[in-house]
Design a protein around this ligand. Sequence first.
Ligand SMILES: Nc1ncnc2c1ncn2[C@@H]1O[C@H](COP(=O)(O)OP(=O)(O)O)[C@@H](O)[C@H]1O
Ligand SMILES: Nc1ccn([C@H]2C[C@H](O)[C@@H](COP(=O)(O)OP(=O)(O)O)O2)c(=O)n1
Length: 425
Amino acid sequence: MSRRVLGCLGQCSSRVFAIETDPKVDPVYFSLIKNPPTDAEMPAFQEIFGREKSYSFQVCVEDRIQRALLHDDLRHQLISGFGGDVKVFEMSSFRPNAQNSLVKGFFVNGVCGTPETDQTLSKLLQSNRLAVCTYVPGDAVGRWCQEPLRPAKDGAAAAAGRYGVVPVPSPDHHPSALDIINSSVFYNFIEAHNVMAECAHVITEAKHVLQRVDQTLPMRTTDRFPVIVIEGLDATGKTTLTESLKQSLGGVLLRSPPPCLSPWRACFDAKPALFRRAFYALGNYVTAAHISAESARAPVIVDRYWHSTAAYGIGTSVSGKVGNLPPRGSEVYRWPGDLLRPDLVLLLTVSPEERLRRIRGRGGEKTREEVELEANQLFRSKVEEAYRRMEDPACVVVDASPSAAEVLQQVLLVIKEKVHVQGSL
Ligand SMILES: Nc1ncnc2c1ncn2[C@@H]1O[C@H](COP(=O)(O)OP(=O)(O)O)[C@@H](O)[C@H]1O
Ligand SMILES: Nc1ccn([C@H]2C[C@H](O)[C@@H](COP(=O)(O)OP(=O)(O)O)O2)c(=O)n1
């Protein structure tokens, strides 16, 4: 029998549930993937459905630009429309272990049926761009069913089917890892450029970004001096080290995203991940063009590059624990074939305590993502682990906890040892 899966509840990804469907129906799989309820709050699947009413909402439009924008809108509507007592979890449907099968959505739980919540529900039901389901007790004790809803008379909802919910084994790969390629991380210029071009009719800033990108590219390739990238979480000492390296090596210091894209960075930081990631991906190609030009005359030091874009993309799109990241060797950790490859990538690491001490010492503005990272040690661990899994080039990990002078000396030694470009340094 074909099945629909409603799964991965709580922190424990072994709790996976299938929704039994008609074999003729194309199976769709569901999973609660973000902000999972703690075991103390919701010890069992039945309790999730048993607490007042539960609904799931998913945007079901083909166009990915519209889908990303509507998904963001839906989150706001659910949070404001259902009020404080209602819990809104991120969820998604997926086919176990099938790449790009993930369709994101939300699971709303604890809806009491007040006039306000009824009104919100009725409004959402009217949208033909949303798939809405509710969850009701089944015939047997402890069984639950999923009912897809459609609008009925006077704003009421009618069930358009009923499917039993049953536990099934967890998939090998965490569902949130199925949606990385070309939505959280881009592996070539064209894919990132396409997203920026497709969204330009709704996000006007995208036109300016594209103009800058198209002005800068294509890049020149020449015999060149070494290119050394410094990576790491915020406040691990990248700025401090890259400035000193520039002096010590008589090099040129570049960064990604490049300053010419700065006017639009805040705009894209506030947009859904699809657009934010495309922006940073294109920034790397612009920086690559600058690297290509500058490395003809001196060594180039780069403060953040593709590994940052990929590690933040992967680390934040994969929900839950570090173990949910795609395994080492997965294609998500591969370098884009069309992006200028550096000679050496160094990953600065410090303990979480030292990092926080440095952040507090520094003050200043942080990106939304960095604020999230600070709030959540789990995010930090995932981003750092993603950095460590990158391949070809892999990151050389440097303990950046000693003094700035000591870190510089240590890094100069690594460069001498690893960068085999005779006479260039
Ligand atoms: N090795 C070090 N030891 C102690 N403090 C450091 C060291 N490197 C940098 N700092 C301080 O930590 C803060 C963050 O460093 P910064 O270079 O701005 O990090 P990043 O560029 O990675 O965000 C700054 O206040 C800086 O002076
Ligand atoms: N090449 C890059 C650089 C930054 N990013 C993203 C990842 C994070 O959301 C932020 C971190 O950048 P931020 O400027 O705050 O970092 P630093 O202050 O340089 O440590 O930008 C990226 O995706 N790709």
